[in-house]
Design a protein around this ligand. Structure first.
Ligand code: ADP
Length: 416
């Protein structure tokens, strides 16, 4: 016999007074008389019960009768011979079975109410009992349900505790595995970044040579070359220039994680001014209208945030309907954990199915003749924002402008 049952029995017995035992005896004797009738009646009543009905229909009648007999015998033994152990163990098993089948304990109240309503009128009608005896039977019935319920509830709690413990342990194991996997991913990421850095850094030199010698070739021999040859050289120089842009963008991308030591206080109003200053020629040329509300001072890596604003504002100017004047709004709001910024434009917009794709490295929705670009800008923004424990997303309607939102954690000064 398990220790918990022993504890349960001692615990329950200590709550029974002599009077209770007398009441239980009176109740039990009366119950024996009406047991068969009560069982038939309960079976009819509970047949349509949402949960008990299912159980009753799924079990043969003789099985239910047998269970009832066993339980009555155990009750008798408990009350008259003070042998509570088998009765409580039986109750607990029944209860756990019910609990496993999804019956919550409040359902028992239905049974109690039914038995109560049935027993009491019967007691009054059929048996000539003194009113104190009627009360004793009532109290005995209540006490029995109390005991049965407590036994089941306690063991149910025990079982729940065991399940919770088990789940906790499993969760801890999963967390450990996740941690290990994360460490591997971080290591691989570092290696990739290192690779991207070295590759893009080292590629610059040969590329410079290609451009430089092609330019020299053009300068020195242009009179000897025909138009076709000059056009080929032009294409080659143009290709090299584009490759240089990609390499420089990639270099920026691989540098993001190494900006931890550049964190400090950044006045976003000042930063915006600097970005607009850097783009002043383009802004004047395209007659761009810029609107912004008062932006906050935040804790961040300044150069990185400048890149984010630069990319988002650059895109807002670039992805415009031809002939339209860009109107760009830059806003900031404070949420509980983040600063949330948004850059919205009145440009060509984006189809919802591309909302995720555009943040992936090298993913572009247009070819270079429509709109120039490398497909690195938004991936870079995403990486920077995530490095600031935030996220970035877009809201847009094709033809009706786009709004890019990004968040920056307010807790970075504590974490970095
Ligand atoms: P790039 O601009 O170099 O192509 P990005 O990573 O900055 O690369 O953007 C990825 C794609 O997302 C772009 O090719 C473009 O199709 C789309 N996009 C980005 N910003 C906007 C915008 N403001 N309006 C419409 N489309 C945009």
């Amino acid at each position: 016999m398990e220790k918990k049952y022993k504890y349960l029995i001692d615990h329950l017995l200590s709550t029974l007074s002599d009077n209770d035992i007398q009441n239980l005896k009176a109740y039990h004797l009366y119950y024996l008389e009406i047991q068969e009738e009560l069982n038939v009646w309960l079976r009819i009543k509970l047949d349509h019960h949402p949960v008990f009905g299912e159980i009753i229909r799924s079990q043969p009648d003789d099985y239910i009768d047998k269970q009832s007999q066993i339980s009555t015998q155990l009750q008798y033994d408990a009350i008259f011979n003070n042998n509570w152990e088998p009765y409580i163990v039986h109750q607990v098993k029944q209860g756990i079975n019910y609990a496993r089948m999804g019956i919550e304990f409040y359902m028992w109240h239905d049974v109690i109410a039914l038995a109560h309503n049935f027993i009491l009128p019967n007691v009054s009608q059929n048996v000539k009992l003194e009113s104190k005896d009627k009360m004793a039977i009532l109290k005995g019935a209540n006490r029995f349900f109390d005991i049965a319920m407590s036994a089941i509830a306690e063991s149910y709690l025990d079982e729940s505790k065991a399940i919770i413990e088990d789940q906790k342990k499993k969760q801890e194991d999963i967390n450990k595995k996740l941690k290990r996997a994360l460490a591997v991913v971080e290591e691989k990421n570092k290696e990739l970044e290192q690779f991207a850095f070295v590759a893009s850094h080292d590629l610059q030199e040969p590329l410079r040579m290609v451009t430089s010698f092609l330019t020299r070739l053009n300068n020195k021999y242009k009179d000897q070359l025909d138009d076709k040859a000059r056009q080929y050289i032009h294409f080659a120089v143009d290709g090299a220039a584009r490759m240089r842009t990609i390499i420089l963008d990639l270099l920026e991308f691989s540098r993001v994680s190494n900006t931890t030591n550049e964190f400090g206080s950044v006045d976003m109003n000042e930063l915006l001014k600097e970005v607009l200053q850097l783009n002043s020629k383009l802004i004047d040329e395209k007659e761009v209208v810029i609107e912004n509300n008062e932006l906050p001072e935040i804790y961040a890596a300044k150069v990185s945030l400048q890149q984010v604003l630069q990319n988002l504002i650059g895109n807002a100017i670039k992805y415009q309907k031809s002939g339209a004047k860009p109107v760009i709004r830059i806003h900031a709001v404070e949420t509980e954990e983040h600063w949330q910024f948004s850059v919205s434009d009145n440009g060509i917009g984006i189809e919802p199915r591309y909302f995720d794709k555009i943040f992936v490295l090298f993913q572009r929705l247009h070819n270079k003749t429509e709109y120039t670009g490398t497909g690195i800008g938004l991936a870079l923004c995403k990486k920077i924002v995530e490095h600031h424990h935030g996220s970035i997303w877009v809201e847009s309607e094709p033809g009706d402008g786009s709004t890019f939102h990004f968040t920056i954690s307010k807790q970075l000064s504590n974490q970095i």
